[in-house]
Design a protein around this ligand. Structure first.
Ligand SMILES: C[S@@+](CC[C@H](N)C(=O)[O-])C[C@H]1O[C@@H](n2cnc3c(N)ncnc32)[C@H](O)[C@@H]1O
Length: 319
């Protein structure tokens, strides 16, 4: 493909699917599947925050992990949720589900032995927590590739307080502070770019609130402990994107171009970086993608936890 003229979060999330499929930690996934299969009496209530285009719900359905469940997907971008509904509907149609939409706008997907309800709501996660406060009803809360985008110390306790005692929290592909591009360019400049980029994540402010942590993965453990959550399973889920004999798989060339573009946007005007040198670095990385020469690695963690005690009743540790 040639260098994209425009970028969209929707295409990025679609392109990310195949990268995530390779990256997700199988051991953590198996723990999740085993824990869910033990809790089959009632329909499961699943909440996904920052759900994007619904890729994780689709993954849970594809692996037949869910039989009877209500999945509530929230995201601050309504257009992504509309795409999630479109994709999930199409996915279900193609696999022989009967799909209906009820008056509340819920998608009802049914086939023998499976009865899944999907609902979507456009919400900022903090507003959703405020609205739901005290309703500890969810059996499973999912937040994929989200925790590095929010302020964990203020938001995570609220998220945990939505899950019933004994319920699960699954935080896959949580960024954890390392980004690698190969071939190495000017080693020193690569290091400065990486440090400045991670700094922009740490210092990000959205709507006046801190919204980022470049080491969210490792810091998650302490935050969960403080919130009364035991970690059941954890492991790495690094993104590794490379071109094989046939180039990059699926739409992963676009995925890489989008990553380089994001770094470019984040660092343009950075006081520690020479603009011309940054421009040359960005152009070189885009060119390497065109040639199938760029290898990209991002270190991430998958964490599965279980709520053990009502939030606020455990005071044994601080992040
Ligand atoms: C990196 S994307 C991940 C999407 C999806 N979980 C996935 O892995 O494919 C982060 C998502 O979180 C959403 N998001 C970011 N901050 C949010 C917030 N404060 N409240 C709700 N959604 C948010 C974005 O709109 C985006 O869809």
């Amino acid at each position: 493909m040639s260098i994209p003229l425009t970028y969209s979060l929707m295409r990025y999330l679609a392109a990310k699917k195949s990268v995530d499929d390779r990256a997700l930690n199988r051991q953590v996934w198996q723990h999740l599947v085993a824990a869910l299969s033990r809790a089959t009496e009632q329909p499961l209530r699943i909440l996904e925050v920052g759900a994007g285009i619904g890729s994780m719900v689709e993954r849970l359905l594809t692996d037949d992990v869910l039989t009877h469940a209500t999945c509530t997907a929230i995201d601050k971008e309504p257009t992504l949720l509309a795409e999630a509904r479109r994709c999930l509907r199409q996915w279900a149609d193609e696999r022989g589900f009967q799909v209906d939409e009820n008056r509340q706008g819920q998608l009802l997907m049914r086939r023998a032995g499976q009865h899944i309800t999907i609902e979507t709501e456009a919400f900022d996660v903090a507003c959703f927590i405020a609205r739901e406060h005290g309703r500890r009803i969810w059996d499973l809360l999912i937040g994929q590739a989200l925790l590095d985008l929010i302020d964990m110390p203020t938001t995570l306790p609220g998220l945990c307080s939505l899950v019933r005692p004994g319920g699960l929290l699954y935080f896959p592909t949580t960024f954890d502070g390392d980004t690698v591009f190969l071939p190495e360019g000017d080693g020193d400049f690569d290091r400065v770019i990486k440090a400045c980029y991670h700094q922009t994540i740490d210092e990000r402010v959205i709507d006046g609130k801190p919204s980022g942590d470049s080491r969210a993965g490792r810091r998650l453990f302490a935050h969960l402990r403080t919130a009364g959550v035991d970690v059941l399973a954890a492991g790495s889920s690094d993104w590794v994107v490379f071109a094989g004999a046939n180039g990059y798989p699926a739409d992963e060339a676009y995925f890489l171009h989008d990553i380089i573009h994001t770094i470019d946007m984040a660092l343009t005007g950075h006081p520690q970086l020479d603009a011309e040198r940054l421009g040359a670095w960005v152009a070189q990385r885009h060119a390497q993608i065109e040639q199938g020469a760029l290898l990209y690695i991002a270190h991430q963690l998958d964490v599965l936890g279980r709520v053990t005690a009502p939030v606020g009743e455990r005071q044994d540790s601080k992040p």
